[in-house]
Ligand binder design. Structure first.
Ligand code: N01
Length: 543
């Protein structure tokens, strides 16, 4: 067989790089920083024109974080915590991007980031224990380790609607919004999709558009963000307690700090429950309702109490009862699809120029040159916004042609669902780490806290291997099987797996139905990862 890596190895047989990091978002930038501390030769390749990952691409109107910015930010540098100031409780996309630029400058990261370079292929050389990585710019790089820092929401799901390419007006996807912005003043606008992207964009599009038609297939549960500017006094107060907050965050179950609930929702009477839910609603936190009782994600009857509470809120905001009912989720329990954090989402439907089309009653038949045709007729528009989501969790990884041991591709191996050990390494694909990928807490936690946990574990691991002259780490098939079973077993005790969502891969036609995240909590997960490392990387074969 051809061993391409050998052709490009340096003369002493060493690969050109110790670590190649794919992606320059929150994950890739921090990974680079940590690898530098080990004195390793590391480089980041980024497909986009600039750094920022998710926060570079998702520029649609209203794009902002749904975790408070003081919490959705790096914790690794106390100096960074002290010098950066967030202007709002929930930062907008431009502000988060500015933060990432600040981090890149402050830690001098840019010089090892190559932009406009998409990794297209990575092939493992079993005899030299190196990866040969190919890019769309024609470059080949040999590297001992690869870290896929490619994000959970970066592979855009193309709209699977007939005629989508025939539309004569402007078609946009929320995740590929033009950098110069789009002025919809006086235009007729359609939005297809009511997940978190749609929910954030709809109120702002409605402010400018002459008419806005929202095409909804499944309604969501959206909670008020109660976003507001942060005062100088609040910032000073927060900065004073940052060290203890960061420590608590690292120990927490999901990367945000709160007192965990102790009681079932069914243990208390309705009046008490409603008062508790009111307080959760008024907290303006994404998890404000879910953190009230222990069993909301495990017991349907318990969950129905909170689901109905949110529906009652929708009815209280939306003046037309029929529209309120169409906006009310009835087909899945609260929290089993990611809830949204909104600003004026439901109230927007009270505006006379905003129309809601219920696709369960009148499905989309096709997109025509003039607009959207449902079974009820054509809706002519100037602009269509596809807020149709992503091939989440696995899409960005299988998009790279990754060839592991024995010529098996990751795509083939994962054809029936992702398999790996500890969410970090997939057996047969040695030295290839994933940051916040499938079967780790990732999307069920504050992503930045999970990213730091992964990056630090990976860095320690690579440091350990390098110091000990170990050139290969691979997950053992047995440990991998046990981990996959463990993740599935934990998920099966929740309400998540039965629901068609991107958590279960159900949003992408043909994608296997597997619950994609670890539900045991970041604290327990961190302990599992640390124990494996302490026990000499138990569950992994080192050679
Ligand atoms: O995508 P989604 P998203 N015809 O998959 C509909 C994070 N995020 O980009 O549910 C008609 O959630 C689809 O309908 P259905 C966050 O984790 C965070 O909004 O499949 N409709 C659904 O309504 C989030 O969960 C923030 O029936 C079609 C929508 O499109 C994740 O990213 C902001 C359709 C897709 O919703 C993804 O959110 C934004 C079709 N053919 C995103 N295909 C923050 O606040 C799809 N849909 C930080």
């Amino acid at each position: 067989p051809h061993h391409p890596a050998r052709d490009t190895c340096q003369e002493n047989g060493a690969p050109q790089l110790d670590v190649l990091v794919v992606g320059a978002g929150f994950s890739g930038l921090y990974q680079l920083h940590r690898l530098r501390e080990l004195g390793l030769r590391a480089r980041v390749l980024e497909a986009c024109e600039d750094i920022g990952g998710t926060w570079y691409r998702n520029r649609y109107p209203g794009a902002r974080c749904d975790v408070e910015s003081t919490s959705y930010s790096y914790s690794f540098s106390p100096e960074l915590d002290q010098e950066w100031e967030w202007s709002e409780r929930y930062a907008t996309q431009p502000e988060i991007l500015r933060y990432l630029h600040h981090v890149a400058d402050r830690f001098d990261l840019r010089k090892d980031v190559t932009l406009r370079t998409r990794v297209t292929r990575a092939e493992y050389d079993e005899s030299d224990h190196v990866w040969q990585v190919t890019t769309d710019t024609g470059e080949t790089v040999t590297t001992r380790f690869v870290v896929l820092a490619t994000g959970c929401m970066s592979a855009v799901k193309e709209p699977d609607i007939p005629g989508a390419d025939t539309f004569a007006g402007r078609a946009l996807h929320t995740a590929d919004w033009p950098h110069e912005g789009v002025d919809v003043t006086g235009r007729q606008v359609a939005v297809i999709g009511t997940g978190c992207s749609g929910v954030q964009a709809i109120p702002l599009l409605a402010e400018r558009a002459a008419g806005l038609t929202v095409f909804q297939r499944t309604p969501v549960y959206a909670l008020p963000a109660l976003n507001r500017p942060v005062s100088a006094a609040e910032t000073a107060e927060f900065k004073a307690r940052y060290p203890e907050f960061r420590a608590a965050q690292r120990k927490s179950r999901g990367g945000t700090v709160f007192e965990p609930p102790t009681r079932s929702a069914l243990e208390v009477d309705e009046a008490e429950r409603t008062a508790t839910y009111e307080a959760g609603w008024e907290s303006g936190l994404l998890s404000g309702l879910l953190r009230t009782y222990t069993d909301l994600l495990a017991d349907r009857a318990a969950n129905e109490t909170v689901s109905e509470f949110v529906r009652s809120k929708i009815r209280s905001i939306v003046t037309d009862p029929e529209t309120a009912e169409t906006l009310s989720p009835r087909t899945f329990p609260f929290g089993t699809k990611r809830p949204c954090l909104d600003t004026d989402y439901y109230a927007t439907y009270n505006k006379p120029h905003v129309k809601l089309v219920d696709l369960t009653a009148t499905p989309i038949v096709e997109i025509t040159p003039k607009g959207v045709r449902t079974s009820d007729g054509e809706h002519p528009v100037d602009v269509i916004v596809f807020a149709t989501g992503f091939d989440a969790m696995t899409g960005s990884q299988v998009a790279v042609d990754i060839v592991g041991k024995g010529g098996t591709t990751l795509k083939e191996k994962w054809a029936t669902g992702p398999r790996n050990h500890l969410g970090l390494l997939s057996a047969g694909f040695p030295n290839l780490f994933t940051v916040i990928g499938p079967l780790s807490p990732s999307v069920l936690s504050n992503a930045v806290v999970s990213i730091e946990q992964h990056v630090e574990w990976i860095t320690d691991c690579i440091g350990h291997l390098s110091r000990n002259g170990v050139t290969e780490i691979d997950a053992t098939p047995r440990a991998e099987e046990e981990w996959c079973d463990h993740v599935a077993d934990l998920a099966s005790r929740t309400l998540y797996p039965d629901v068609a969502s991107w958590y279960t891969g159900a949003n992408v036609p043909g994608k296997p139905r597997v619950f994609l995240a670890y539900t045991g909590g970041l604290d327990r997960y961190r302990a599992e990862c640390d124990a494996a490392a302490r026990d000499g990387y138990r569950g992994f074969a080192l050679s």
